[in-house]
Design a protein around this ligand. Structure first.
Ligand SMILES: NC(=O)c1ccc[n+]([C@@H]2O[C@H](COP(=O)([O-])OP(=O)(O)OC[C@H]3O[C@@H](n4cnc5c(N)ncnc54)[C@H](OP(=O)(O)O)[C@@H]3O)[C@@H](O)[C@H]2O)c1
Length: 410
């Protein structure tokens, strides 16, 4: 499903980017008390054209039937969908819901690179135990609420739902879904999502001195979710922007859709990364937005200019086995920082929550001016979640990778 539009469209055009998904429905307003009531509600919602609400067997008067992906084996290197996880079913009786808990019927899940890091032991974001549910941020609708939760069934909430069709979570760990004007609902996970668009905005504008007109910026994993937004934001400053991504399709995306000044294919068989950087960055590099780390970061550090800024957002090349095992490929060219009086600074978006109002406003402003947009790649059904994870590390997606959990019901 395509929601991406080429840049520099007018704000009127951008208004046409309205939701492809159903608007969060305020239809369910009272607690579900009987099977008749459930079916009545579902039929009513289906009549209102809300396809995801078609009557199904996943919900009864006193329980929901959850389908969840659990970790069956810690990945050895790259995540393998067919061996590392399994899909299990469980009934969640409403009687097990604590006072402060809610049950959310998940609608859309975000597939993020950091999920891979949680599959190892001693992970920074928290380790998923064997048999535990795969992590995922997402949003959905509350179908049952504990009496002390302060939430009514029918409310749309977002939070760490996990890769499952129904999430039993603490109400306090969720927030209401924000519906941004002129954007699809999924933008709350993509362009306006904390771990995606807002991370990109933070890294470009808040961590070091932002790029300037005439400077050369290089963004790694530039065809991915964070990278594609970071590249567009850097371009909005007037800088020359070069993106690095794997494969020809992504090169075309960087040059034609994002309008970047140069594209580097780190997987190319025809020329090396060094040769391509020599060609695309003849005057050196002033600003690096790095999502990849490893050898790529080394090649970039070698070319930094005096007073360059190197922003470390992530290191996806190191997530599949090196992290937490003491095997991270460190930047061997770090002395270039000293030689050039340059700085390298890492960040976690959570450290910039005080900037959130500025970040949200800034992103929305650039969106309305046609300077930034998000291409979304939406996979269908909870079944597709592990394959989507595999795509993330195998070059199988462009832009924001999402899973539309409710698709199977259509
Ligand atoms: N600092 C923060 O607060 C924060 C918050 C959120 C995300 N992040 C970071 O942002 C980065 C992007 O995350 P995302 O969720 O938006 O994922 P993404 O960029 O949509 O997907 C990951 C991308 O990484 C590339 N990749 C995978 N394996 C690679 C390898 N071995 N070498 C080079 N490139 C590789 C793939 O593109 P190719 O096809 O081009 O290989 C893929 O598109 C990650 O490093 C993540 O940890 C940081």
């Amino acid at each position: 499903e395509e929601t991406f539009r080429p840049l520099h469209r007018s704000s009127i055009e951008s208004a046409n980017l309205l939701a492809e998904q159903p608007t969060p429905s305020p239809l369910v307003s009272s607690a579900i008390k009987s099977k008749e009531q459930v079916n009545k509600r579902l039929k009513h919602n289906a009549k209102m054209g809300n396809a995801e609400d078609s009557p199904d067997k996943s919900m009864s008067a006193d329980a929901v039937m959850n389908e969840k992906w659990v970790l069956s084996k810690r990945p050895n290197g790259l995540f393998q969908a067919d061996t590392d996880v399994e899909l299990v079913q469980e009934s969640i009786p409403f009687s097990t819901v604590e006072k402060d808990e809610i049950i959310v019927e998940t609608s859309m899940l975000s597939v993020d690179a950091f999920i891979r890091t949680m599959l190892d032991e001693n992970a920074y974001h928290g380790s998923i135990p064997l048999g535990g549910t795969l992590g995922a941020i997402g949003y959905g609708r509350v179908v049952h609420a504990g009496p002390g939760s302060g939430v009514k069934p029918g409310r749309w909430v977002t939070g760490f739902m996990g890769a499952q069709t129904f999430a039993k979570v603490k109400a306090a760990q969720t927030t209401g879904v924000i519906r941004f004007p002129f954007m699809s609902q999924s933008a709350s996970l993509g362009l306006m999502g904390l771990t995606t668009g807002l991370t990109a905005y933070t890294g470009v504008f808040h961590v070091c001195q932002k790029p300037k007109r005439g400077e050369t910026v290089v963004v790694t994993a530039a065809a991915g979710a964070v990278g594609s937004v970071a590249a567009q934001l850097a371009k909005s400053t007037g800088a020359r922007v070069v993106g690095i991504a794997g494969g020809q399709q992504k090169q075309a995306f960087l040059l034609n859709d994002l309008g970047l000044d140069g594209a580097v294919d780190y997987k190319s068989n025809d020329s090396t990364l060094e040769q391509q950087l020599e060609q695309t960055c003849p005057d050196g590099i002033d600003f690096i937005y790095d999502n990849v780390g490893g050898e790529t970061l080394d090649s970039l550090l070698y070319r930094i200019n005096p007073k360059a800024r190197v922003v470390i957002c992530g290191a996806v090349s190191q997530y599949s086995g090196n992290l937490n095992h003491g095997k991270v490929h460190g930047p061997s060219n770090y002395l270039k920082l000293a030689e050039r009086g340059a700085e390298m600074k890492g960040f976690n978006v959570m450290q910039y929550m005080h900037m959130l109002p500025f970040t949200l406003f800034g992103m929305f402003w650039l969106y309305m001016r046609g300077k930034v947009a998000m291409k979304e790649q939406i996979e269908n059904g909870i079944q597709s979640f592990p394959i989507a994870m595999q795509k993330m590390f195998g070059g199988g997606h462009i832009g924001k990778l999402l899973v539309n959990v409710q698709h199977k019901k259509e």
